[in-house]
Every structure is written in structure tokens, then in C-alpha cells.
Design a protein around this ligand. Structure first.
Ligand SMILES: NC(=O)c1ccc[n+]([C@@H]2O[C@H](COP(=O)([O-])OP(=O)(O)OC[C@H]3O[C@@H](n4cnc5c(N)ncnc54)[C@H](O)[C@@H]3O)[C@@H](O)[C@H]2O)c1
Length: 297
């Protein structure tokens, strides 16, 4: 197993770091004395976030506009990071989008798949291809953390098949990445992050704000709209779920602590998940369809 990862003094890149969960990771990295480059497609929010954090952590946080779904944009991001900082020790491939409300898998349009897979799957792949060769070449200690989701990474929510399948890909990519990095260098590794520990009040519910016009729906969509955070919370409460809202700064600190330990699975409150995974394995052993999260959203 690779040695622990020194966060203090490291250079970190966080994609999708202008908002939500990523912003919590950025703050936690800064608190842990890293220098952070925030990469995001939403320029106004990126500027606001970087300005706000610069006030508390002057000289250690900067922003670069980048589109993770575009390999040239990610190559340019890596060029800028290595030109300015000479290295990248920590890469958080965190940017992600929903699929626009989910729906029956056959009612999605090709553009739904292109956009969601473009950001969630190609985004992670582009980050790996742009950064990992240079991270290895630098000889510096390094670690890659990819943000997956319990929805897909562990089991799909059946109404969210598109999103879930994109996140299953992220989990699979990360597992192979960690095997390969550890075989390559004792100083490198990867982790998969499952945001957990409560409902997250983030921009994921309004992901469509970042959808490019050339990938808009042209066939009228799936008949389902993205829920707002408040609607999602209401639904879960009505279904008798005990809903707590996660503190994103605290979640970010947890992610950074796990990164420092190079813990492969970064997630909290996994007891129910482990139970579900056992039942899934049992069902597979019986040649049956595995049970899922039981969230009828
Ligand atoms: N919110 C949840 O409940 C939840 C649960 C599990 C996993 N996740 C995952 O966590 C990650 C962060 O999501 P979040 O909930 O903080 O949502 P968010 O919308 O608040 O943050 C996502 C960020 O990604 C950026 N982004 C979107 N498209 C981009 C692109 N093409 N290039 C660069 N940046 C882009 C957005 O501008 C935003 O800043 C995502 O990968 C998401 O799938 C979220």
C-alpha cells in the first residue's frame, strides 16, 4: 500500500469545485494548507467562490474555467497547472451533473446520454488522461479522487438509470486506476468518493443550468422534471425516511482526511449499503435481479 499522502504543501485541482460538494473539498484542502486550483464551467460562481476563499486563504487558491467533458479543455487546464505550479499532487475529479430528472430509460434522448456521460464519465476520463501521465512523470507523491455516487456506484435507483450507469462507470474506472497506479508507483493511488451522511443541498438538482445548448433535448424529454432540493427532501420525509442535511464543509474535511490516509472507499454511514450489497450478491448467486436502494423517486 502506498505511503500516506501529505496534504499540507501539496498542489490540488478540484473539478466542479465552485459549488456544492466540491467547494467543501476546496475549503478543507485550504484549511489543511494545500494550494488549490478550482476548475469549473460556471464562470461567475467560480469567480465568486475563489474571491471568497482568497480572503481567508490569500495566494493559495485560484480558479480556471474548464469543461471536463472536453479533452482539449482538460489538457489546457493541466498545462496551466503544471506551468504555474510545476506539479499536481491531488486531483479531485468531482464535477458531475444529473440526467435531468431521470425517467424511463427508453424515453431518454441521445443528447441526455451525451451530456450526462460527457460530464460524468468522459469528465473523469479526461481528468485522468490530462493529469495522471504528468503526475507520474513528476515523480511527486500523488492521489486521484473520483466522485461517484451510491446511486450506481453501489446499486441503481431504478428511475435514475442514466445517471446511475454513469456513476457505476466512475466506480469501475477508479478501481482499475488504483490497481494500475499502485503497480506503477508506491507514491500514487486513487480513491472513489461516495457522498453520504445526509441529503446534500447542492446545485445537482439544477444541473441543467450548465447543459450546453447543442446538447439540449429535442424530443420533449422523459416526462420527468428535475426535483428541487426541497421537493426531494419532502418526498423522502413522506416516505418515512429520516432526513438529515449534510454539512458540506464537514464532508469536505472528511474527504481530505481520507485522502491523506489514501483510504480507497471514501464514504460514511455505509452499514445499510453493506447490507444491501450482501443481498445483491445473494440475489446474483440465485441468478435473480439484485435488490436496489428502495427509493421510489
Ligand atoms: N448532491 C448529491 O446528493 C450527490 C450525491 C452523490 C454524488 N454526487 C456527486 O457529487 C459531485 C458534485 O455534485 P454536487 O452535488 O456538489 O452538485 P453541484 O452542481 O453543486 O456541483 C457540481 C459542479 O460541477 C460543475 N460542472 C458541471 N458541469 C461541468 C463541466 N462540464 N465542466 C466543469 N465543471 C462542471 C458545476 O458548475 C458545479 O460547480 C457530482 O459528481 C455528483 O454527481 C452528488
Amino acid at each position: 500500500m502506498a505511503a500516506s499522502m501529505e496534504v499540507a504543501g501539496s498542489v490540488a485541482v478540484v473539478t466542479g469545485g465552485a459549488n456544492g460538494i466540491g467547494r467543501g473539498i476546496v475549503r478543507a484542502l485550504l484549511e489543511a494548507d494545500a494550494t488549490v486550483v478550482v476548475a469549473d464551467i460556471e464562470l461567475d460562481v467560480l469567480d465568486t467562490t475563489v474571491a471568497a476563499l482568497s480572503a481567508s486563504f490569500p495566494g493559495r487558491v485560484s480558479g480556471i474555467m474548464a469543461d471536463v467533458s472536453d479533452d482539449r479543455s482538460m489538457d489546457s487546464l493541466a498545462d496551466q497547472v503544471f506551468t504555474v505550479h510545476g506539479r499536481c499532487n491531488l486531483l479531485y475529479n468531482n464535477a458531475g451533473v444529473g440526467s435531468g430528472g431521470g425517467g424511463r430509460i427508453w424515453t431518454h434522448e441521445p443528447n441526455d446520454w451525451r451530456w450526462c456521460y460527457g460530464v460524468n464519465v468522459f469528465g473523469v476520463a479526461n481528468g485522468i488522461m490530462a493529469f495522471v501521465p504528468r503526475m507520474l512523470e513528476s515523480g511527486q507523491p500523488g492521489h486521484v479522487v473520483n466522485t461517484s455516487s451510491g446511486d450506481g456506484g453501489f446499486a441503481p435507483v431504478p428511475t435514475a438509470g442514466l445517471y446511475a450507469s454513469s456513476k457505476a462507470a466512475v466506480s469501475c474506472i477508479t478501481e482499475t486506476l488504483d490497481h494500475q497506479l499502485r503497480a506503477e508507483s508506491e507514491a500514487m493511488g486513487a480513491s472513489v468518493f461516495y457522498p453520504s451522511g445526509g441529503l446534500m443541498d447542492t446545485g445537482l438538482f439544477t444541473s441543467q443550468r450548465n447543459r450546453p445548448t447543442d446538447l439540449e433535448r429535442v424530443r420533449g424529454g422523459t416526462g420527468r422534471k428535475s426535483m428541487s432540493f426541497a421537493e426531494m427532501k419532502d418526498r423522502l420525509e413522506q416516505a418515512g425516511r429520516n432526513v438529515t442535511v449534510a454539512d458540506l464543509d464537514e464532508l469536505g474535511r472528511f474527504v481530505v482526511e481520507c485522502t491523506a490516509r489514501r483510504q480507497y472507499i471514501i464514504g460514511r454511514d455505509l452499514d445499510d449499503t453493506v447490507g444491501l450489497l450482501h443481498s445483491r450478491a445473494d440475489a446474483i448467486g440465485r441468478y435473480e435481479i439484485p435488490p436496489h436502494h428502495q427509493i421510489g423517486l
